[in-house]
Ligand binder design. Structure first.
Ligand SMILES: NC(=O)c1ccc[n+]([C@@H]2O[C@H](COP(=O)([O-])OP(=O)(O)OC[C@H]3O[C@@H](n4cnc5c(N)ncnc54)[C@H](OP(=O)(O)O)[C@@H]3O)[C@@H](O)[C@H]2O)c1
Length: 252
């Protein structure tokens, strides 16, 4: 398994969940992976798992809403592994529950937009110049099915931030393509990460299955396989797409 051999891949938000699955698969495919998060202990666990399987891995911490920390992280990665070839800007999530727009506090709004849209922007801002200079690179951003469907039960600040990430991705693809950089976006439906397994009651999980033409919920590995495809040369003429990983549940 060497489809990513000699590539350096940074997966932000890989201390757990989808990001950890992407990092594990990319390492198995021969990439030197950089795992990232804020929780050093969780990162240690992911790092140990990848190393035990024979992978090469570096663990870094940074708050991606702070550009000084994003830049310091890049410098550390470049000093250890060299420049990043594949950037998966995966970190994000909703810090708040769904509810009426007028009840969203300003603080929650900013936390959601910063943790998703701004974090993605700052990460891309840090890595894109080097990719353009070197004439190659691959960026994958993370949206959500929430961005594809208004008023479908997700927090609207989160859905709006993810919709903006989709637009940012397409703009970036247009800007960066002539410099040899591909940029694509993955939009997953509810994925059974460890966090979702704990937070979504069993009977709700069962009822969600019925919304999917493919009658099961998604796994982190489903998303990781899609990321691998987009990162690999098999997708060398694909840029600017939003790829729904949704078991057929997003049909429009
Ligand atoms: N799971 C789903 O059902 C689902 C569906 C659609 C889209 N998504 C998207 O897929 C991505 C991964 O989701 P997930 O469910 O795997 O998330 P998760 O299990 O909650 O993990 C989130 C990861 O992002 C990191 N992170 C979050 N904010 C950060 C910040 N400001 N600075 C640095 N790191 C930050 C976390 O780091 P620490 O924990 O170490 O602090 C963690 O590694 C997210 O963008 C999410 O919106 C998920």
């Amino acid at each position: 398994m060497t489809s990513l051999r000699d590539q350096v891949a940074l997966i932000t938000g890989s201390s757990r969940g989808i990001g950890a699955a992407i990092a594990t698969l990319f390492a198995r495919e021969g990439a030197r992976v950089v795992v990232h998060g804020r929780d050093a202990k969780a990162l240690e666990t992911v790092q140990a798992r990848i190393e035990a399987a024979g992978g090469q891995v570096l663990a870094v911490t940074a708050d991606l809403t702070r550009f000084d920390q994003v830049e310091a992280m890049r410098e550390r990665i470049e000093a250890s592994f060299g420049p990043v070839d594949i950037l998966v800007a995966n970190a994000g999530g909703s810090p708040v529950r769904p509810g009426p727009v007028e009840l969203i506090s300003e603080q929650d709004w900013h936390a959601t937009v910063d943790g998703n849209l701004t974090a993605t922007f700052l990460t891309v801002k840090s890595y894109l110049p080097g990719m353009k200079q070197r004439g190659h690179g691959n960026i994958i951003t993370l949206s959500s099915a929430a961005a594809r469907r208004p008023n479908a039960g997700s927090p609207v600040a989160y859905a709006a931030a993810k919709a903006a990430i989709e637009l940012l991705t397409k703009d970036l693809a247009a800007q960066a393509g002539p410099h040899g950089v591909r940029v694509n976006c993955i939009a997953p439906e509810t994925i059974m990460t460890e966090r979702n397994r704990q937070e979504i009651p069993e009977h709700v999980q069962q009822s969600l299955v019925a919304n999917h033409p493919i009658r099961r919920l998604g796994t982190p590995e489903d998303v990781a396989e899609a990321a691998l495809y987009l990162a690999s040369d098999s997708a060398s003429w694909i840029s600017g797409i939003i790829l729904d990983i949704a078991g057929g549940s997003v049909l429009l």
